[in-house]
Design a protein around this ligand. Structure first.
Ligand SMILES: C[S@@+](CC[C@H](N)C(=O)[O-])C[C@H]1O[C@@H](n2cnc3c(N)ncnc32)[C@H](O)[C@@H]1O
Length: 379
């Protein structure tokens, strides 16, 4: 029924406006209250869901991130209150893995840490409370609107697969210039229609943070990611922004060979390319333009500390130590092998998660940052 109700909601908007931008369509498919993919009941991530994220693979991912969090806290000279702001916190697994590690291995940092969860879907707070029950006395929540209103904080703001889930505009370069892809309908059928860009911000974005598109090339433009980024930079008094996601630098994202852009849908661990089916029942994502975050940050005095593939980040930041911990544990050989293979998934290049995901570490107002990923271990 979700599907039909969501279709009716979208169709009513199309009838009222004639057509809607793809960004408005994607926002409805993912976030329409009670009907969107992320805002309706059901497990999205993990084995019973539609896709895996690094968090669902192994706690080692969160433990390595926690090592960097502790290094960030030290780089700020060990403040007595250190905010750990996770945006798009889902079920709270990553926050829990980070806090478990800190409690066990970095008690002073744990004592200072003030975890805050921000999630578009408010009903996930119940699951987060359960997963994080051991850290219950520390937890706080903010709505995305509260965060965007410029709440001031000092610490680290981190996200895993948040920005690829924000709505994107889609554009096509034609011999007559840039056109935008809109969504309209013929009866019960949703159709794409080309038209002039809905806002000059699309062309401005491409010339400032993108690349010239070739005639016939389609691409996505995430104005929402930039807006979001601006609001968190405004709120961050001093500290770090750690972003992990599918994505590329602009030269690769907008390369001429990527003629159809990067929009993809996920349903029950299958990749689909039709965003007009399974309304509200499939995830719709698009790769993140990391150059936009880097440049936008630098325009506002935010320093780029590290950018690269997840495998290089994890290895430099502490994954080797996680492998060593398996070796010295009292597990059986068979269990050790199983654990090693699971960890390998996080760092495997060519098809694994290791080079599909990129990590960006930025800082604001931090004169000297001594992080694991900056050790330069030559990989
Ligand atoms: C792909 S899921 C990733 C969940 C989790 N971080 C993980 O890696 O398993 C994206 C999550 O971001 C949430 N989200 C989307 N926009 C958001 C926003 N502006 N603020 C906070 N959460 C948001 C969605 O509701 C969804 O739970």
């Amino acid at each position: 029924m979700t599907h039909q109700n969501l279709f009716d909601r979208i169709a009513a908007r199309i009838d009222e406006q004639g057509r809607i931008t793809f960004a408005d369509y994607m926002a409805a498919c993912l976030y329409e209250p009670g009907l969107g993919y992320y805002t309706s009941p059901g497990r999205k991530v993990g084995v019973e869901g539609d896709f895996y994220t690094s968090i669902t693979v192994h706690a080692a991912y969160g433990r390595v991130v926690a090592r960097e969090v502790a290094a960030m806290w030290r780089s700020l000279e060990q403040p007595a209150e250190f905010t750990l702001m996770e945006v798009g916190a889902g079920h709270g697994r990553l926050a829990c893995d980070i806090l478990d590690f800190l409690k066990e291995r970095e008690p002073a940092c744990y004592a200072a840490s003030r975890p805050v969860l921000v999630e578009q879907e408010p009903t996930l707070a119940g699951a987060q409370r359960q997963v994080l029950h051991e850290h219950a006395d520390k937890l706080r929540w903010l709505t995305p609107a509260e965060l965007a209103s410029g709440i001031r904080f000092r610490g680290v703001l981190y996200s895993n697969e948040l920005l690829d889930a924000l709505p994107v505009h889609r554009v096509l370069m034609t011999p007559e210039g840039l056109r935008e892809i809109y969504v309209t309908r013929e009866g019960e059928q949703l159709k794409e229609q080309l038209g002039p860009p809905s806002t000059p911000a699309l062309a401005e974005y491409l010339s400032r943070y993108g690349m010239p598109l070739m005639p016939g090339q389609e691409a996505e433009v995430s104005l929402a990611a930039l807006d979001w980024f601006d609001s968190v930079v405004a709120g961050l008094e001093q500290g770090f922004i750690l972003t992990v996601d599918y994505g590329y630098a602009k030269e690769e994202l907008y390369a001429p060979h990527r003629k159809l852009g990067t929009l993809l849908c996920y349903h029950k661990h299958r990749v689909e390319d039709n965003p007009y089916q399974l309304l509200g029942e499939q995830d719709i994502t698009s790769h993140v333009n990391f150059s936009a975050l880097i440049q936008r940050g630098e325009e506002q005095g935010v320093k780029t500390l590290w950018f690269g593939e997840q495998c290089r980040f994890l290895l430099a930041a502490g994954m080797v130590e996680e492998f060593e911990a398996i070796e010295t544990s009292s597990l059986s050989e068979a269990e050790k092998l199983k654990k090693r293979l699971t960890l390998k998934r996080l760092i495997m290049p060519e098809g694994g998660m290791g080079d599909t995901f990129r990590v960006l570490v930025q800082s604001k107002g931090v004169p000297q940052a001594a992080l694991g990923c900056l050790r330069g271990i030559g990989i």
